[in-house]
Design a binder for this molecule. Structure first.
Ligand code: TYD
Length: 415
């Protein structure tokens, strides 16, 4: 067991047991041939990177049936509009000559604003079904994995980029060395490389272990990002915490020495040290917190079932796959999970095989409890689910600790 970044063999590992593909929603006929891998994480004590030890082949996760469409969340649409506006305002004063590249551009949720302004852009998105949706929105997109080779081909055809952006993508890519080389090949001398991903500090503070699943090969911190990209001549010059995905961090990098390093970097590094993100003991404690969360979740669901009450799941997120499989919770404890994604409806949850039903079924049903798997979208969900609480329904949350909520405010404060 070695660190993927620095090859150091020492650190803390945590096992979450056998896991299926997080977005691998499946039909009953496919239960027998379902794929599982051993989900185990490592915190490397040298480069401070938190990572998955084993990861399924990328082709098993990102393909023509990829079930995650960024634009299903209204708040995410607003978030990416703000990101595009920020780029245009702060980093490409000369829009006419600019070239913006997005890695893992999904259905074009961010790049479409550049397309609308007539700014040269390119999306590099390996899942061909979501890439096709982007093209339909007028977003220039190729279906490729990003690495040194793709970067060279893109540079030869389009020239160098002012901005290389990636949201919830870098944490998916095992070979960050190849990404570093690719960025080096594609970025203008004055260009910036910006990415955002779920933040390790948030995961540790909230015991939100559901951020760990096959696609998330890394959960980054400021300390680890500095160490990962320094060998490629890239320097972290700014960071901005984000509320998305239950707590994310946006990292701004440039070629070393081309921009002043802002105070935000120093401040966040200190916060990470205060939180102990650089120490093995923190991850040993995290392992214990995950075990406690698992025990509490199963105890609560079992008690509710013994009382003859009904529990359903709200939103069949990738994150829910980790929770359900780690806690070994199946349809005997959670009747069904409702979800707005047509591709998931009528199928079963990966591993535990809980039926996925259309959102309307939840609306017309009156379950006693609903587990909020999309806790990161609480605001958006509560705005449309006032009726659930009004009719006596209760929310169950497992972040930061397993709890039942009868009012919206208490739940929002808990997150
Ligand atoms: P997200 O937390 O972005 O998922 P992931 O853990 O996979 O990154 O949530 C997206 C999923 O939640 C998607 O399957 C759609 C579903 N969802 C609903 O069903 N209703 C909602 O109101 C929202 C916001 C999401």
């Amino acid at each position: 067991m070695k660190c993927r970044i620095c090859s150091n063999p020492q650190g803390v590992s945590t096992s979450f047991g056998d896991m299926p593909i997080a977005n691998g929603f499946l039909a009953e006929k496919d239960f027998q041939k379902e794929y599982f891998f051993k989900m185990e994480t490592l915190f490397c004590d040298v480069c401070k990177t938190y990572q998955l030890i084993e990861q399924p082949d990328p082709e098993m996760m990102f393909h023509e049936n990829y079930a995650f469409f960024s634009s299903t969340s209204k708040n995410m649409a607003v978030h990416f509009k703000e990101m595009a506006d920020g780029y245009m305002q702060d980093f490409i004063p000369n829009k006419g000559n600019a070239f913006v590249v997005e890695l893992g551009s999904n259905d074009g949720i961010m790049l479409k604003y550049f397309a609308q302004e007539g700014i040269k852009h390119l999306g590099i998105e390996p899942s061909s079904n979501v890439a096709e949706v982007a093209r339909q929105h007028g977003v220039n997109t190729i279906s490729e994995f990003f690495g040194a080779e793709t970067a060279q081909a893109v540079e030869a055809e389009y020239g160098k980029a002012d901005i290389i952006s990636a949201s919830n993508v870098m944490c998916h890519i095992p070979d960050l060395n190849s990404v570093g080389q690719g960025v080096d090949a594609l970025l203008k001398e004055t260009g910036i490389f910006v990415f955002e991903d779920p933040y390790l500090g948030s995961m540790i503070s909230k015991t939100s272990y559901d951020q760990i699943y096959d696609e998330h090969v890394y959960i980054f911190s400021v300390l680890s990002v500095q160490n990962i990209f320094a060998p490629h001549g890239l320097e972290l010059f700014h960071v901005e915490p984000q509320v998305t995905h239950g707590g994310s961090m946006r990292y701004y990098l440039c070629r070393k020495g081309t921009r002043a390093v802002r105070d935000s970097v120093k401040t966040q590094v200190q916060k990470e040290k205060d939180l102990g993100l650089d120490k093995v003991e923190t991850y040993e404690k995290f392992t214990q917190s995950c075990e406690k969360s698992k025990k509490d979740f199963v105890t609560l669901l079992t008690k509710i079932k013994a009382e003859g009450k009904r529990v359903v799941g709200y939103a069949a997120t990738s994150k829910s796959t980790t929770v359900l499989n780690y806690c070994n919770v199946g349809p005997d404890l959670i009747e069904y999970i409702c979800d707005t994604t047509p591709l998931k409806q009528g199928k079963y949850s990966p591993g535990m095989h809980i039926p996925i039903k259309p959102y309307e079924d939840f609306k017309n049903d009156n379950p006693d409890y609903a587990v909020l798997f999309a806790w990161n979208h609480a605001e958006e969900i509560f705005a449309k689910e006032k009726g659930f609480l009004a009719q006596g329904g209760k929310w169950i949350l497992f972040i930061p600790k397993v709890s039942v909520f009868e009012t919206e405010d208490k739940l929002k404060n808990a997150i």
